[in-house]
Structures are given as structure tokens and as C-alpha cells.
Design a protein around this ligand. Structure first.
Ligand SMILES: Nc1nc2c(c(=O)[nH]1)N[C@H]1C(S)=C(S)[C@@H](COP(=O)(O)OP(=O)(O)OC[C@H]3O[C@@H](n4cnc5c(=O)[nH]c(N)nc54)[C@H](O)[C@@H]3O)O[C@H]1N2
Ligand SMILES: Nc1nc2c(c(=O)[nH]1)N[C@H]1C(S)=C(S)[C@@H](COP(=O)(O)OP(=O)(O)OC[C@H]3O[C@@H](n4cnc5c(=O)[nH]c(N)nc54)[C@H](O)[C@@H]3O)O[C@H]1N2
Ligand code: SF4
Ligand SMILES: [Mo]
Length: 722
């Protein structure tokens, strides 16, 4: 407390010629509170200070957060639209020249219109991302359906949050990533965390995790690697990648057998218990141990700790979700909370560590192929009518649902999609099975990319539009709690760059659809229309005005009107969002990963993150400190495995799967299973691990299985990177 007070005083020192702009970090779903320092003479951002008055992160930030401000005035910023005159150079950085916005817009409008005249409306597609504000995400959905009139839109959340969304929808009938505010976490008695490298990926959650243990509570962690979180755990369940559903079923079976069931809750507020109870009987500790590789003693202990804890929170992240049974894994772990009734009250519940800054809000308002604002369904005529009224179009004009992110690349490959407007994503690094995806991008007749740096994906574009960084515009973001917060503008856009919403408004005019967009003159205008468009949907933001967000330290949705202060805790009234008001306990048969190890590919490859880089790395690989701390990818190998392959630390080896190969330096570590190797995915070109990953999609969420495929290592004759 003393320490916080000291820093608060330091923070408030008035530096000469400087003002502080209250905002949040540009990167992950934690959305740590920060003040951007702006020089009042140059009007440029010059630094950052943490915000001690932000209740979620209380002055904490990670290495990415403290350097995030260096993005804005970075030398690599694209300052003018770029047009590629020589399409033979697609897939390289060459062949671009600067142009005016007029010229770029005219070219895009002509090419897009010509393609649609020849091949039909649906020949165009939009691929977007959720580092954008809610307002931009909303407008991207509207721009696609109204200005372009195509059905094909999807976004990078398909690779990120779609399995969590699918699991929550099935279990609860609603998809808000956390049933409770983060300020509850440190007060619970048991945290059960699976498939989350919390200390590296949501580092500013860690003080709450430690606090649980310091208060005498327990931390159980399921992860194939001994991550910094797992190292600290009371119990580390070191499972084989891709076997979570067996673990969840095994624990559920023990919770039922050992009478940890909340009978009243199960009877009155859930469906599906009987069937699930029967199904999980098979998952004895012995059987579960055989599938997962976790000892049966540990499985028994985990069930006992979770079962006995008065309050507990089940948490998970991409480790369980990026599998071709990600949705089942989510519902499998949610079952634990439902059967024991540890949900729908403070300090007990379920949460996923939402990934991207606006991973929650960005998935609710129409960037997903089948969704419209407010989490409405494009297949529901009533929902379509409600949105049409706000947009001023007829239901007949609303396109049909499209397909998922990876499936759009399949359509590009088949020439069923010939045009692409890509914004806020770098799929040439982050999509699975990259040899195929890069080929599909090259196969496009015309591609537009909006970004503030020239990404690996922009290299495939015919026109690049310079967008702004998060600090040059304003709007709202929904953090991993479901709390709507405000991002504030600290600096004017540099060069000729423009925010994506303005690009869309201006482009709509060129496409002859100006009347649906021309009233949007400022970010606030988009915000007002956006709130109206969500009204009445279950992700209702109507009451979350910018004023209220400021006064209340954010607003948790749903927030229906002026008098509603929002909903920090979900299900306090034990009402779930299925029509009968009950939650669903799901009976989920186990199935193995899509690709199991075999003689030819005996290792399990899993992929993920390091603390110093963000996603495809297009932003963080340019920041000197972050680049210095983690300059290149590597493959983590267990010492015994390394010995078997006769490879040593720092030696370069060939790692390969059925889809591709890469050369990586070996990092020998006891923190990984002997049958598993791990590679971080933040690197481009021939260093991308996604050249090797598999595009096996979950049947419900259409999420690719980034977390498990079969691989092999080969010692190189000469240990050099190619
Ligand atoms: N530093 C940093 N932080 C980030 C990001 C970043 O790029 N860098 N990205 C943000 C985004 S968008 C996201 S989605 C989140 C991701 O946050 P996390 O999901 O925490 O990160 P990952 O590294 O993808 O994977 C998490 C863990 O899953 C484990 N794992 C692998 N396979 C399995 C399995 O089969 N079962 C289980 N139980 N665990 C498994 C891995 O060993 C890893 O420790 O992080 C956010 N925060
Ligand atoms: N192997 C493997 N692959 C994975 C994962 C994994 O764990 N393993 N994780 C997956 C996950 S969880 C995710 S979230 C995806 C993310 O993958 P991507 O969507 O590729 O993520 P980013 O690197 O954030 O790409 C965002 C791009 O948009 C730009 N950008 C940022 N903000 C804005 C903006 O406001 N407007 C515009 N126009 N551009 C902007 C950035 O410079 C960057 O080039 O990767 C997935 N891929
Ligand atoms: S934890 Fe996430 S939001 Fe916080 S500073 Fe780091 S990257 Fe930014
Ligand atoms: Mo993500």
C-alpha cells in the first residue's frame, strides 16, 4: 500500500511541457491501465506511466506494455497509401509506390466493383482483427454487409476465442469470457488453470494468483510444460497435449463419486447431469492417467482440492481451446463448476483468459461470419430485422452467413473468392498450414491491406492503406472481464494515416454507398450508432456511454440503459441464457488429437507465446528492447529427448511435419514433456512455425488445432540456419 502511494505521488508530478492521457495498453486482453505521456510542444507521445488508479491491474504492466508507446512514432510507420504496380512482385516488399488517398480509393472501388460485376457480390471478402475498438469492429461488419454486400467476413478471433465462445454458448447460452470480475480472483480458495501460460501471457494477473496461495488457497495448473505458473503451482498436471477432455472427464468422475455434487444446484439450474455422470464413469483415475500421462495420484488430488474448496475458479486459455475439440474441452472444464455449483456467486466461477485487447468485444458485434451487433445471429430473421432498422437496409439486402477464417483461404485457393480487404491481422504468419495460406493469398486477383507497418501479409497486397495505432484514435474496448473501457487519443495521426472507421466511411462513398455511412464524422458518431445497434441483443452495450465508463472505471455488459450500472457478476440469480434458464452439463466423449504421433513423426508439436512478443510479432519485433530479449524462434526439447537425437543446446536442427519444415535453434529444458516440443509462433517468413501446424478445425468453432500435431526432428549435417 505504502509503495502504491509512493508511486501515485511520483506519477502525479507535473513534468514541464507534458500532459498525461489516461488510456489502456494496445496489446492483450488484460488492458492494463496506463497514462501516455505527451509533450505539449511537439504534441507527440514520449513515454508511459502505469495507472495505479486502475482497479484491475493497479499499476502493473509487462515488458510489452511499457514499450507499447514506441509504436506510434516508429520509423517503420507507413505514412501514405502504397500501390503495387508490378504484380509479379507479390509476396515481397518490393514494387510499391506512394499514392494519394484519392488514387488508392479510386483504384480499390474500380477493382472491387469490376470483380463483383464479373463474379458476383460474394467474390469479395473481409478478414479483420480484434486489436481494434468495438466501434471499428462494428463498422467493419456493417461495411462488409452494406458497402460491399458480400457474405464473406471473418476475423482472427477464429484462431483465438472461437472455441471459448462455442463452449460458453453451449454450457451457459451466453458467451462472456468471465463470469466474474478479475478483482474477485485473489479472494477465491482454489484456482484451477488449464492451458494458460499466465505469467507470460497475462502477466499482470499474477499478483492475484500469488495472493490466493498467500491466503492459504490452492493453485492447480494443467499444462504439458512447466511454465512459470506451473512451477509455482501446488499441483502441476503435466498432461500430453490434446488430452484435456480426458482430464476434465476424469476429474468430473471423481467429483461425482466423492460426493462433491451440489444436488440442489444441479437439480434446479442445470440439464444433462444424468447422461454426463454415466459417460464419465469410464474415466477412472487409471484410464484417465493412461490417456493424459498424468499420474493417477495427481488426478485424485486435483479433484479433492477443487471439490473441497468453498470457492473456486476454473480458468483456461488457448492451450485447451486451440484444438480440434476446443469447444468440448471448454464445456468439459465448465462441467466441473456446474456439477459442484461453484458458479453464479462472488469468488466462484469460470473464466477464459481472453487473448487480444478487444478479443471479447470484437467477437460480439458482427465480424464473425454468422453474427450481427449485440451477438445477434444473421440466421435469425428477427435479429436481422432489428439490425436492418439501424442500418437503413431491407432484410433482403442482408447477405447470408459466410464461412470461417481458414475456410475463406480455401475459397481463395478455389478462386471462389477473388478479392480481399484485410485489416488488423497478419495471417501470412498467424494462420495454420502457411504454405497453403500464402499460396491462397497469392492467388487473389486483388487484395487491399490496412496496417500501420508493412506486415508479411501486406506483402501480398495490391494496395496498402496506412491505418493508425491505438493511441491516435478513441473508442471502447471490452477487456477479458467483459468490462467496457475507454481508449483515449493521445496524438494526432502521423503522416497521412487514418483510423479504419474513417477509411471505411470514405471508401463506402466511392462504392456508391455513402448514404449509409456519411453521417459518421467522428469516432463518437460511430460509438452512438454502435450502442444503438446492440440495444436489445444479449451483448447489450446501449447503456455503456463514454461518460458512464469514465465515472465507473468501466461498465460490464450487459448494460441496457441509462440507469443500469452494468453486470460485473453473471448468473447471480442462477438464471442462465438458455430458453429454460438452465445451464447445460455436457456429456462429452473423448477423442484424440487429429494427428497422433507415429513412427515417422513420433513427437507432439505444440506452439504458443513468450512474454516479449505479441502474436505475429509484426508490432513487437520492431521494438528494440523486445527484439533484444527474444531475437529469434527456437524449439524447446527435453534433455533426454535431446540425448536420443544427439543434439545439443543452441544447435540448429530441422523440425518437420507432414506440412512443412523449419530450421530452429534447440533450447534444452526440463520444463517440457519428453514426448513434446514447443516453438513460439511470433516470427515471419521461413521462421514461422505455422508452416508446420495443422488446419484440423473444431467442428463447432472452426478453430484450428494450433496446439497439437505430430512432428519429427532431424540433426543437420552442418548446424547452421539456412
Ligand atoms: N506475451 C504475450 N502475451 C499475450 C499474447 C502474446 O502473443 N504474447 N497474446 C495474447 C493472445 S491473443 C492470446 S490468445 C493469449 C494466449 O495466452 P495463452 O493461451 O496463455 O498462451 P499460449 O502460449 O498460446 O498457450 C498457453 C499454454 O498452453 C499450453 N498447452 C499446449 N498444449 C496444451 C494442451 O493440450 N493442454 C493444455 N492444458 N495446455 C496446453 C502451452 O504449453 C502454453 O503454456 O495471450 C495474450 N497475451
Ligand atoms: N501456431 C500458432 N498460431 C497462432 C496461435 C498460436 O497459439 N499458435 N495463436 C492464434 C491467436 S490466439 C491469434 S489472436 C492470432 C493472431 O494473429 P494476427 O491476427 O496475425 O495478429 P497480429 O500480429 O496482432 O496482427 C495484427 C496486424 O494488424 C496490425 N494492427 C494492429 N492494430 C491495428 C488497427 O487498429 N488497424 C489496422 N488496420 N491494423 C492494425 C498489426 O500491425 C499487425 O500487423 O494468431 C493465431 N495463430
Ligand atoms: S499484460 Fe497485456 S495489457 Fe498489460 S501491459 Fe502486458 S501486454 Fe499490455
Ligand atoms: Mo489470441
Amino acid at each position: 500500500m505504502q509503495r502504491d502511494k509512493f508511486f501515485r505521488e511520483v506519477e502525479n508530478v507535473n513534468h514541464p511541457n507534458e500532459k498525461l492521457i489516461k488510456t489502456h495498453c494496445s496489446y492483450c486482453g488484460m488492458q492494463c491501465g496506463m497514462n501516455l505521456r505527451v509533450n505539449t510542444i511537439s504534441n507527440k507521445i514520449i513515454g508511459v506511466e502505469p495507472r495505479y488508479d486502475w482497479p484491475v491491474t493497479v499499476g502493473k504492466m509487462c515488458p510489452k506494455g511499457v514499450t507499447a508507446y514506441q509504436q506510434t512514432n516508429h520509423k517503420d510507420r507507413i505514412l501514405k497509401p502504397l500501390i503495387r504496380d508490378d504484380s509479379a512482385l507479390k509476396g515481397t516488399k518490393e514494387g510499391f509506390r506512394e499514392s494519394s488517398w484519392e488514387e488508392a480509393y479510386d483504384l480499390i472501388a474500380t477493382k472491387f466493383s469490376n470483380l463483383q460485376e464479373t463474379y458476383g457480390k460474394d467474390t469479395l471478402s473481409v478478414f479483420s482483427g480484434v486489436s481494434m475498438t468495438n466501434e471499428k469492429c462494428y463498422l467493419t461488419g456493417k461495411f462488409t454487409r452494406v458497402a460491399l454486400g458480400t457474405r464473406y467476413i471473418d476475423y482472427n478471433g477464429r484462431f483465438c476465442m472461437s472455441s471459448a465462445a462455442g463452449g460458453f454458448l453451449r454450457s451457459f447460452g451466453v458467451d462472456r469470457g468471465s463470469t466474474l470480475p478479475w478483482t474477485d480472483i485473489h479472494e477465491t480458495d482454489c484456482l484451477f488453470i488449464s492451458g494458460s501460460n499466465t505469467a507470460e501471457c497475462h502477466p499482470t494477473s499474477m499478483f492475484r494468483v500469488w495472493s490466493v496461495q498467500e491466503r492459504g488457497g490452492y493453485l492447480i495448473v494443467a499444462d504439458p510444460r512447466e511454465t512459470p505458473l506451473a512451477r509455482r503451482a501446488d499441483l502441476h498436471l503435466d498432461l500430453k497435449p490434446g488430452t484435456d477432455l480426458a482430464l476434465a472427464n476424469g476429474i468430473l468422475n471423481l467429483l461425482i463419486e466423492n460426493n462433491y455434487v451440489d444436488d440442489e444446484f444441479v437439480m434446479n439450474h442445470t440439464n444433462g447431469f444424468g447422461e454426463t455422470k454415466e459417460l464419465v464413469k469410464e474415466f477412472t483415475p487409471e484410464y484417465t492417467s493412461r490417456i493424459t500421462g498424468v499420474s493417477k495420484e495427481k488426478i485424485i488430488k486435483a479433484a479433492e482440492i477443487y471439490g473441497k474448496a468453498p470457492n473456486a475458479i476454473v480458468m483456461f486459455a488457448r492451450g485447451i481451446e486451440q484444438q480440434h475439440k476446443g469447444v468440448d474441452n471448454v464445456s468439459g472444464y465448465v462441467n466441473m463448476a456446474l456439477v459442484t455449483g461453484k458458479i453464479g456467486r462472488p469468488k466462484a466461477g469460470v473464466a477464459t483468459f481472453t487473448g487480444q485487447g478487444n478479443g471479447q468485444g470484437g467477437r460480439e458485434h458482427g465480424q464473425k461470419s454468422d453474427l450481427l451487433p449485440g451477438y445477434r445471429k444473421i440466421t435469425n430473421p428477427k435479429h436481422v430485422e432489428e439490425v436492418c432498422e439501424v442500418w437503413g437496409i431491407t432484410p433482403e439486402e442482408m447477405p447470408e452467413p459466410g464461412v470461417s477464417a481458414y475456410e475463406m483461404f480455401e475459397l481463395m485457393d478455389q478462386k471462389k473468392i477473388r478479392g480481399l480487404y484485410l485489416l488488423c491481422s497478419n495471417p501470412a504468419v498467424s494462420a495454420p498450414n502457411l504454405n497453403f495460406v500464402r499460396k491462397a493469398l497469392k492467388n487473389l486477383d486483388f487484395m487491399v491491406c490496412s496496417d500501420f507497418y508493412l506486415s508479411e501479409s501486406a506483402e501480398f497486397a495490391d494496395v496498402i492503406l496506412p491505418s493508425v495505432t491505438w493511441s491516435e484514435d478513441e473508442g471502447t474496448v471490452t477487456n477479458l472481464e467483459g468490462r467496457i473501457i475507454k481508449i483515449n487519443k493521445a496524438q494526432e495521426p502521423i503522416g497521412d494515416s487514418k483510423p479504419d472507421w474513417l477509411i471505411q466511411v470514405e471508401l463506402a462513398e466511392k462504392l456508391g454507398k455513402g448514404k449509409y455511412f456519411s453521417h459518421l464524422k467522428e469516432a463518437r458518431d460511430v460509438a452512438d450508432e454502435f450502442r444503438r445497434a446492440t440495444k436489445g441483443g444479449y451483448a447489450d452495450y446501449y447503456g455503456a456511454t463514454w461518460d458512464k465508463i469514465d465515472k465507473q472505471d468501466g461498465v460490464f455488459w450487459p448494460c441496457k440503459d441509462e440507469n443500469d450500472t452494468g453486470t460485473p457478476h453473471m448468473f447471480l440469480d442462477k438464471k442462465f441464457y438458455h430458453p429454460d434458464g438452465k445451464a447445460k452439463i455436457c456429456a462429452l466423449p473423448y477423442r484424440p488429437p487429429a494427428e497422433e504421433p507415429c513412427e515417422e513423426y513420433p513427437l507432439r508439436l505444440t506452439t504458443g507465446r513468450v512474454v516479449y512478443h505479441y502474436l505475429s510479432g509484426n508490432q513487437t519485433r520492431r521494438i528494440p528492447f523486445l527484439k533484444d530479449m527474444c531475437p529469434e524462434p527456437y524449439v524447446e526439447v527435453h534433455p533426454e529427448t535431446a540425448e536420443r537425437y544427439h543434439i545439443s543446446h543452441d544447435e540448429v536442427v530441422r523440425l518437420f511435419t507432414r506440412r512443412g519444415e523449419c530450421n530452429y535453434k534447440v533450447k534444452i529444458t526440463e520444463a517440457i514433456r519428453k514426448d513434446t516440443v514447443f516453438v513460439p509462433y511470433h516470427f515471419g517468413d521461413y521462421e514461422s512455425i505455422n508452416l508446420l501446424t495443422i488446419a484440423a478445425l473444431d467442428p463447432i468453432s472452426r478453430m484450428p488445432e494450433f496446439k497439437a500435431c505430430a512432428a519429427q526432428i532431424e540433426k543437420l549435417a552442418v548446424g547452421k540456419v539456412q
